[in-house]
Design a protein around this ligand. Structure first.
Ligand code: SAH
Ligand code: SF4
Length: 421
């Protein structure tokens, strides 16, 4: 079933030439999309359009508020910006949203959106409602270069980094779809023109979208700058204002970027560990051959100290007869204790996809594995699969019409290797 050829594919590093579109690009009609831009970037664009420094600063602050706090896309609705100036803005800028190609709802309430970028690239986002929270699973790349063997996204051939606009755009779109923008206008004392909708009251409470996980398509630490810039916008107190405690970034273990993630982003970290021996992790998470388990665990031990995060979450996909024995569970406990990592373990039953080379562990196996970790005093909940019927569960995300079988993929991997000589 498993061929060695497919394991020895070249492993890309953070400097791999993944196409990255420029964050600020005028559209075909000459206007520039402000979605995803910071206050400073909006200010620079306004200055470039001819506003003096003071005006540019004031207007960028107002625009930032309208765009990210209020969800407004129409300059005409921005009541504290002088009426006479609104056409000036509308001629030069737009506040866009990703195009929605398809929206699906699972029988369990999970929602999945297939989105399309301006250059025709498809990516997905998933919203998972729970009793006490609503989590948006955000993509960082179209596809993924890392080829973890259990992950459907890793089988996509096309890869490109998403821009901050495309990343923040997912959160904006979810707020649109959930109807979660504050109603009514801001305090009218700040208005330069008469506000015509002073009726509503803004309340930040009772929102459906409470948490964000960077666990959609792609490896967020391979698109570090854009993910950081996007999350900074999402966390900004004058905009979407999501607390860093409610955001989790999941990495397959890009060790050299983890310290920077702690310093420059500061959100919770989840690490896709998935195996406790070199042999097995090399096989299922090929990046392990570049950054091994010891190195990864040391980086995990350093992460919370660097930014006061509460705990690292270790994700562990349960693959039948591969990584799910009691011995593996004991070894996992030993490693966490050896490195003194404040950790919890998230056990993920493998979500199957056509042609996947693994099976899901039995519920008894998952329970036994979980119990061993619990008994050692480490929390080890089992993640309930959500949205499997619409291919929205972890590792099932994959766009493009071309779904390939594992045999085809192995053949393609061999071709790739042959071409490399
Ligand atoms: N690239 C990042 C984040 C996206 S994947 C990472 O790998 O961490 C989010 C989580 O889903 C990861 O823990 C990933 O290993 C897991 N996953 C991937 N494929 C899966 C599958 N088929 N079943 C269950 N979990 C899967
Ligand atoms: Fe990429 Fe994460 Fe999937 Fe691995 S599990 S292929 S890193 S998206």
């Amino acid at each position: 079933m498993q061929t060695n050829e497919s394991f020895s594919m070249p492993i890309p590093g953070p400097v791999d030439p993944v196409p990255v579109p420029r964050a600020i690009t005028p559209r075909a009609d000459g206007r520039t999309d402000l979605l995803g831009l910071s206050r400073a970037q909006i200010g620079e664009l306004l200055a470039g359009a001819g506003l003096d420094a003071k005006q540019a600063k004031l207007r960028s602050k107002q625009l930032f508020h309208w765009i990210y706090h209020r969800g407004v896309t129409d300059f005409d609705a921005m009541t504290d910006i002088a009426k006479a100036q609104r056409p000036f803005l509308a001629e030069r800028f737009i506040v866009g949203r990703p195009d929605v190609v398809e929206a699906q709802i699972s029988s369990d309430g999970t929602r999945k959106w297939l989105l399309r970028s301006d250059d025709g690239q498809d990516y997905e986002m998933v919203f998972i409602p729970d009793a006490d929270r609503g989590t948006l699973c955000v993509s960082s790349q179209v596809g993924c270069t890392l080829n973890c063997r259990f992950c459907h996204t890793g089988t996509m051939r096309l890869v490109r980094n998403l821009t901050p606009g495309e990343i923040v755009g997912q959160v904006m779109l979810a707020r649109d779809a959930l109807g979660e923008w504050p109603k009514g206008s801001m305090a009218s004392s700040a208005d330069e023109d008469d506000a015509d909708d002073n009726a509503g009251h803004y309340t930040a409470d009772g929102r459906l979208l409470t948490n964000i996980v960077m666990m959609g398509m792609g490896e967020p630490l391979y698109n570090f700058d854009n993910v950081r810039d996007a999350l900074k916008v999402v966390m900004d107190g004058e905009g979407l204002s999501l607390s860093k405690r409610r955001i989790t970034l999941s990495t397959s273990g890009v060790v050299p970027m983890m310290a920077r993630a702690a310093e420059e982003i500061g959100v919770n970290l989840a690490v896709s560990l998935h195996a406790v021996t070199k042999e097995i992790r090399d096989e299922i998470v090929p990046l392990n051959r570049k950054y091994g388990i010891e190195e990864l665990l040391q980086a995990c031990a350093d992460y919370p100290r660097a930014n006061n995060a509460r705990r690292i979450t270790f994700e562990y996909v349960m693959l039948k007869d591969k990584n799910d024995s009691d011995e593996h569970a004991h070894e996992l406990v030993r490693l966490i204790k050896q490195y003194k990592i404040p950790a919890k373990v998230n056990l993920i039953p493998f979500n199957p996809w056509p042609g996947a080379p693994y099976d899901t562990s039995t519920p008894e196996r998952v329970r036994s594995f979980s119990n061993i970790i619990f008994e050692a005093g480490i929390s080890a909940p089992v993640r309930t699969p959500r949205g499997r019927d619409i291919d929205a569960a972890c590792g099932q995300l994959k766009t493009t019409a071309e779904k390939k079988s594992r045999a085809e993929l192995d053949r393609l991997a061999e071709e790739k290797l042959a071409a490399l000589g």
